[in-house]
Design a protein. Structure first.
Length: 385
């Protein structure tokens, strides 16, 4: 479900819109961009707080937005209504990448006209995601194009007050789905796909927009005869002693994700499962104090490519927001050169992948450490291990 007004979730819609745009325009100035041309639908949503034909499974460009470093953005989109807002322009060359080349030429002409209207046609213009043919057409028209990806990623990495509220809301709602999965594990032998459907239905019933679900058996009694590497639910039945990873990834209100994982046991866990869980749990507790503002040197020393003090299962972290995977990003096996700095109000998912156990906390970076947003309980059958 799409909510045009997010007030029911404790969000000031106007503030959400204005603060995100202000962050983007601030980072554009830092990257010396007079404007940025956005075609990725998530980046457009971030900059304008608007959607078009949400969840349409089409990779082609439906609309584009020109955001100046100061002032109001111009939006161009296919005509769906006769009462479009004043700042929205008609865009007939949508999906130009799969149409005759003249459609790309029409897109470029319209984009150049918009840049001239904003008075920035002779200055540096960032682009986020654009096919090479369109890039060449804009360059042929005299546009000075630069990569705008880092600027938009930098803006999206640090969350505003309303973004934080939406992520908190999504996190609390996901907990209800986890409750239902845990209850179902005690009711009988269910196929994995049924558990996934329980989770997905719970989230959609609470107004989540859409997405995927990830409820997976990583320790199955059938693992010797059927390798289980499918990313989503299968017809494998959860049996006594199996471990089930619950890691739902569905967009909540406002399009914001929450990412945290728990591992549950179907009945009494095996001694091996208890040992593995204990190692993962201890790693999670030891890693949490290492998530803090500034360079990730201390944390990275425990999971980087050349780590000499590796913690069992520690696999780094990734940012979470309008996408399940956002900046910042630092994962197990990365070289030292890939290390990043954390800043206050970044949202990161700290992953412990100690299969068949996965534990993951969603964290807000504070001014001195990290706040745990995913306070959902661990499996009582496994924690005492």
């Amino acid at each position: 479900m799409y909510y045009p007004d997010l007030a029911r979730f404790g969000v000031d819609n106007d503030r959400l819109t204005s603060q995100r745009l202000a962050r983007l325009q601030q980072t554009m100035k830092q990257h010396d961009m007079a404007a940025i041309l956005l075609t990725d639908w998530l980046n457009i949503r971030y900059a304008t707080n608007s959607v078009l034909m949400m969840n349409l499974r089409a990779s082609a460009i439906q609309r584009f937005v020109i955001v100046p470093a100061s002032g109001t953005a111009l939006t161009y989109q296919r005509e769906l209504s006769r009462k479009a807002p004043d700042h929205v322009r008609r865009f007939d060359a949508f999906m130009f990448g799969m149409r005759p080349p003249v459609a790309t030429e029409d897109f470029a002409a319209q984009a150049v006209a918009g840049l001239r209207e904003l008075g920035v046609a002779d200055e540096r213009v960032g682009v986020d995601s654009l096919n090479l043919e369109a890039v060449e057409a804009l360059k042929a028209a005299g546009m000075y194009l630069v990569d705008g990806t880092r600027a938009i990623n930098q803006a999206r990495a640090v969350k505003t007050i309303d973004e934080l509220q939406l992520i908190r809301s999504t996190t609390r709602a996901k907990e209800h789905g986890y409750d239902r999965v845990r209850a179902a594990l005690h009711e009988g032998e269910l196929p994995e796909e049924k558990l996934s459907r329980i989770m997905l239905d719970c989230l959609l019933d609470q107004g989540f927009e859409a997405g995927s679900e990830f409820v997976s058996i990583y320790d199955s009694t059938k693992s010797d005869t059927r390798a289980h590497n499918e990313p989503m639910g299968t017809d494998l039945v959860v049996l006594e002693g199996d471990l089930v990873i619950c890691d739902a990834t569905v967009a909540g209100p406002g399009g914001y994700y929450s990412d945290f994982a728990r591992t549950f046991s179907r009945g009494k866990p095996t001694a091996q499962s208890r040992t593995r869980y204990k190692e993962a749990y201890e790693t999670l507790q030891q890693a949490l104090p290492l998530v803090k503002p500034g360079p990730c040197t201390e944390l990275f020393a425990h999971f980087g490519r050349h780590s000499s003090a590796r913690m069992p299962g520690l696999d780094g972290f990734h940012g979470v927001g309008l996408c399940i995977y956002e900046s910042p990003w630092l994962r197990g096996g990365d070289p030292q050169e890939y290390s990043v700095n954390l800043a206050e109000n970044m949202i990161v998912a700290l992953e412990i992948n100690h299969y068949p156990v996965k534990l993951e906390h969603l964290l807000r970076v504070t001014d001195s450490g990290a706040e745990i947003l995913s306070t959902y309980q661990m499996d009582s059958e496994l924690v005492p291990a």
